[in-house]
Design a protein around this ligand. Structure first.
Ligand SMILES: NC(=O)c1ccc[n+]([C@@H]2O[C@H](COP(=O)([O-])OP(=O)(O)OC[C@H]3O[C@@H](n4cnc5c(N)ncnc54)[C@H](OP(=O)(O)O)[C@@H]3O)[C@@H](O)[C@H]2O)c1
Length: 270
């Protein structure tokens, strides 16, 4: 499977998506790149083809939060010779914001994009993936899919649910030829993070990864059998502590609450 991947990558025009697309080039026969911005997709396609002219690089400009957008993506996937055998659900939105100050539309957009669109695109792609001798679905979540964090309430809700979706569907499809996996990056240097988020991370001493590091971890997941991969130290430890001793994390975040609140209330809404 490694040598002959036909890969559908959502969020391809973002910071992590571009790094993942570049890293996938040596193993891809086809790359079907999805984003909303046709100009960014064209630029990425040109860049990738300049490096690897033999790879079949295709693009679809579509809003995954809409039924029409997901249909356009599924239709483009149907045209790929021998079909898609790797689906990477990476598109996502989020921003540091105080929950009570977000509008209903802000909250809905985060949950629709990060969770509902991913579930519905996956649902749409499953019949075609079942026809493959082996297929993978990787959902890109977040460390905030394990740790409820002030200032990221709607985002955490979407990523906790995405992790639950991945785990449940993986168990439902046990014994099938489709393997579900979940990648949880920590803070990563992309435009997803608003200036307020970056300022908060700096004040709290939160480390962040380059998108290329996330791409390395995603490829390792794709090459292995592990169901989940969490990035970063001490984040991996916090995930375990949060599961075993959540009161400790409550106490630690309570101490940071005023700082988080100050940045979130200065923050740009999603
Ligand atoms: N950056 C971090 O700190 C971080 C940490 C943990 C997890 N993650 C996760 O990593 C993934 C990638 O994030 P990133 O940091 O690369 O963010 P990014 O640079 O902001 O890119 C987001 C990508 O998602 C696409 N997208 C957003 N809404 C969409 C929609 N409705 N329909 C289609 N495409 C849509 C964007 O396309 P356009 O070109 O149309 O904008 C873009 O390609 C996300 O799932 C995010 O939650 C990020």
């Amino acid at each position: 499977m490694k040598a002959d991947q036909r890969i559908l990558l959502t969020g391809a025009t973002g910071g992590i998506g571009r790094a993942v697309a570049r890293a996938l080039l040596p193993r891809a026969r086809t790359l079907l790149l999805v984003g909303r911005d046709a100009g960014k997709l064209r630029a990425l396609r040109d860049e990738l083809l300049a490096v690897s002219p033999d790879v079949d690089v295709r693009t679809v400009a579509a809003d995954l939060a809409s039924e029409a957008g997901r249909s356009a993506v599924a239709d483009a996937a149907d045209l790929v010779r021998d079909g898609i055998n790797v689906l990477i659900n990476n598109a996502g939105v989020g921003a540091l914001a105080w929950f009570e100050e977000q509008t209903a539309q802000d909250i809905e957009r985060i949950v629709q994009t990060n969770l509902v669109a991913t579930m519905l695109l996956t649902h749409r792609m499953l019949p075609a993936l079942h026809r493959q001798p082996a297929a993978r679905v990787i959902n890109v979540g977040s460390i905030l899919g394990d740790i409820g964090h002030p200032g990221s309430v709607a985002y955490c809700a979407s990523k906790f649910a995405l992790r639950g979706f991945t785990e449940a569907l993986r168990r439902e499809l046990a014994g099938s030829r489709i393997r579900l996996q979940y990648l949880a990056p920590r803070a990563t240097r992309t435009e997803l993070n608003s200036p307020a988020q970056n300022a908060l991370n700096a004040e709290l001493g939160v480390a962040s990864d380059a998108p290329e590091q996330v791409a390395v971890e995603l490829l390792a997941l794709l090459d292995g059998a592990r169901p989940e991969r969490h990035l970063g130290w001490p984040e991996k430890l916090f995930v375990r502590i949060n599961r075993l001793l959540p009161r400790l994390v409550d106490a630690s975040l309570a101490k940071q609450l005023a700082v988080i609140r100050r940045h979130a209330q200065q923050g740009v809404k999603p």
